[in-house]
Design a protein around this ligand. Structure first.
Ligand code: DUC
Ligand code: ZN
Ligand code: ZN
Length: 464
C-alpha cells in the first residue's frame, strides 16, 4: 500500500498507552502503525521527534450559528470548525434545535444544508427535541437511520420538554438504537429564583449563579437518572457541573445503570467566583460555573471514570450581546466560547500531571467516539480509522488570547490563561488544516459523519 504521509519518530498516545511508533497515512485513512516504517519515494515525511501523535479531539457539544438568547451564536460552521481545528479538534457534534412540528429527518436536512458548504473539519449532529406530538416521536428512528442517533432534551428554557415527554423519549430510545442526552436543571426553581432576585434589584452576573445554585442542577440530575433507571434506558448527562450530580452518576453506575456524563473545561478551570469579576457577564452560561467543591468533584469523577467525556458547550456571543444583561443577568445570552481551547487545556493539565495524556485523549476523543457510535471511523490512532491526527508539542508554552484565535468571537473567557504544550499541526482525513497556528484548510472540506445506532448497556460501564 502506497504511503502518502508518514509521521515519524513521535510517540503515539492512545486512551490506554503511550508508545514510540511511526504512523502511515494512505489517502484519508491511517494505514499502518509500527516502528521504522519505510517511506515510499513520494511519501511526505513529517518529523515528529519530541512530539506526541494524538487523535484529533471530538467535541461532543457545540452550538454553531444557533438562534438563542435573542440572537445567533457568533460562530458559524466555517469559523467554528476553523477554530476547532486550530485547537486540535477534528470533529464536532453540533446541536440541531428541532422546530415545532418538524420531523427529525427534516431537521437534519435543514441544518446539513447550512453546515456542508461551510465546515472545514468533519461534523455530526445531535438533535434537541422540542416536539414529539402527532407521530413526530416515530421519526426518531428515521434520524437514527440517517446517522444521527443522539437526541437531547432540555429540562429548562422555553423550548424545554415536559417531564412526561422526557420519560417518553427515554422509553422510546431503547428500541431504536438512540441515546438520550439531557440538560438537567430545575426550570421552576430557575424561574422563581431569577425573578425573585430581579425584583430585589439584585441583577449582576453573580445572581445568575445564585438563581441556578448547585442544587438546581443536582436535583434535576437525580430526577433524570431516576427516570432513566425506571425506563431501563441509557442516559448521557451533558455539561455536568455540580457535585450532587457527580455523586448521583457515580452511585447509579455503581449499581450497574448505564449512565454517562460529560463535563466542560470551563467547569474544571474556573469557579463561581468569576461571576464577581468586572467581566462576570462574559462567563454566563447554563448551568453556571459552580463552587470549589463541585470543581473538585468533577476532577475526581473524571479521574475515576464516572465522567467519561469533556466537551465545550461552545456557544459564543459578542461582548456587545453579553452587555444586554449588564444591568439584568436575565438578559445575558447564555454561553461561552471554548471550541479552540478544550484540547490544549486538557492536554496541558496532563502535561502538568493532573491527569495522564491517555486520559486526556480518552475523554476528549476516544470515549466520545465510543459513546456516540463513531468508533468505526474516529477517536483513536489506529489502522483503518480516519487520519485525523494532531502533532502535539508537549514543551510549547502558550498564553491564550482571543487575538490569536481563529473563531469569529471578540473575546474569550480563557484570555490570559497559560497552557503547557500546544497542538502544532492538525490533520483532517489526511489533509493538513492547521500548522503552527496558521489555517491551511478549506471551507466545505469537512464532511458529515454518520454515526451508528447506539446501544449502551450495563457492560459498557466497564469500558467507558
Ligand atoms: N447553555 C448555554 O450556556 N448555552 C447554550 C445552551 C445551554 O444550554
Ligand atoms: Zn445545555
Ligand atoms: Zn449546550
Amino acid at each position: 500500500m502506497i504511503i502518502d504521509i508518514l509521521f515519524k519518530n513521535g510517540s503515539v498516545v492512545t486512551d490506554s498507552a503511550i508508545f514510540k511508533a511511526d504512523v502511515a497515512v494512505t489517502g484519508e485513512k491511517i494505514s499502518q502503525i509500527g516502528l521504522n516504517i519505510k517511506p515510499d519515494p513520494a511519501t511526505e515525511v513529517v518529523d515528529c521527534k519530541g512530539k506526541l501523535i494524538l487523535p484529533g479531539a471530538i467535541d461532543a457539544h457545540t452550538h454553531l450559528a444557533m438562534p438563542f438568547g435573542g440572537t445567533i451564536s457568533t460562530d458559524d460552521y466555517e469559523t467554528g470548525t476553523r477554530s476547532a481545528a486550530a485547537g486540535g479538534t477534528t470533529t464536532v457534534f453540533d446541536f440541531i434545535l428541532q422546530d415545532f412540528g418538524e420531523t427529525f429527518p427534516d431537521a437534519i436536512r435543514r441544518r446539513d444544508a447550512i453546515a456542508a458548504p461551510q465546515a472545514v473539519v468533519d461534523y455530526s449532529f445531535h438533535i434537541a427535541v422540542k416536539d414529539v406530538a402527532g407521530g413526530l416521536l416515530y421519526t426518531m428512528e428515521d434520524a437514527v437511520k440517517m446517522g444521527v442517533p443522539s437526541f437531547k432534551v432540555f429540562m429548562v428554557y422555553d423550548f424545554g420538554v415536559t417531564d412526561g415527554v422526557f420519560y417518553e423519549v427515554l422509553d422510546h430510545s431503547k428500541s431504536i438504537g438512540a441515546l438520550i442526552a439531557v440538560h438537567a436543571e430545575n426550570n421552576e426553581l430557575v424561574n422563581y429564583l431569577s425573578n425573585k432576585y430581579a425584583s430585589e434589584k439584585k441583577t449582576s452576573a453573580w445572581y445568575h449563579y445564585l438563581s441556578r445554585p448547585e442544587f438546581v442542577e443536582g436535583e434535576a440530575d437525580v430526577r433524570a437518572i431516576q427516570w432513566a433507571k425506571s425506563t431501563g434506558a441509557a442516559l448521557y448527562i451533558v455539561h455536568l457541573a455540580n457535585k450532587q450530580g457527580v455523586d448521583a452518576v457515580t452511585a447509579a453506575r455503581d449499581e450497574g445503570y448505564p449512565i454517562f456524563a460529560e463535563t466542560c473545561p470551563q467547569y474544571l478551570n474556573f469557579t463561581s467566583d468569576v461571576y464577581k469579576r468586572p467581566d462576570g457577564i462574559n462567563f454566563v452560561c447554563s448551568p453556571p460555573i459552580k463552587g470549589k467543591a463541585s470543581q473538585q468533584a468533577l476532577w475526581d469523577g473524571l479521574t475515576r471514570g464516572d465522567i467519561q467525556t469533556v466537551a465545550t458547550d461552545h456557544c459564543p456571543f459578542l461582548k456587545s450581546e453579553k452587555k444586554w444583561g449588564a444591568k439584568d443577568f436575565r438578559k445575558i445570552p447564555n454561553g461561552c466560547a471554548g471550541i479552540e481551547n478544550m484540547y490544549p487545556y486538557m492536554l496541558s493539565e496532563a502535561g502538568k500531571g493532573r491527569i495522564s495524556f491517555s486520559k486526556a485523549v480518552g475523554v476528549c476523543a476516544t470515549n466520545v467516539a465510543k459513546i456516540f457510535g463513531l468508533a468505526h471511523k474516529k477517536g483513536a490512532i489506529a489502522a483503518g480509522l480516519d487520519a485525523d491526527i494532531v502533532v502535539y508539542d508537549p514543551k510549547a508554552k502558550a498564553t491564550i488570547s482571543n487575538k490569536q484565535m481563529h473563531g469569529a468571537t471578540d473575546h474569550t473567557i480563557w484570555e490570559g490563561v497559560t497552557v503547557k504544550g500546544y497542538p502544532e499541526q492538525t490533520w483532517s482525513r489526511g489533509r493538513l488544516v492547521v500548522k503552527n497556528g496558521k489555517f491551511t484548510g478549506a471551507k466545505g472540506a469537512g464532511k458529515f459523519v454518520a454515526c451508528k445506532p447506539i446501544k449502551l448497556t450495563t457492560p459498557d460501564i466497564g469500558n467507558l
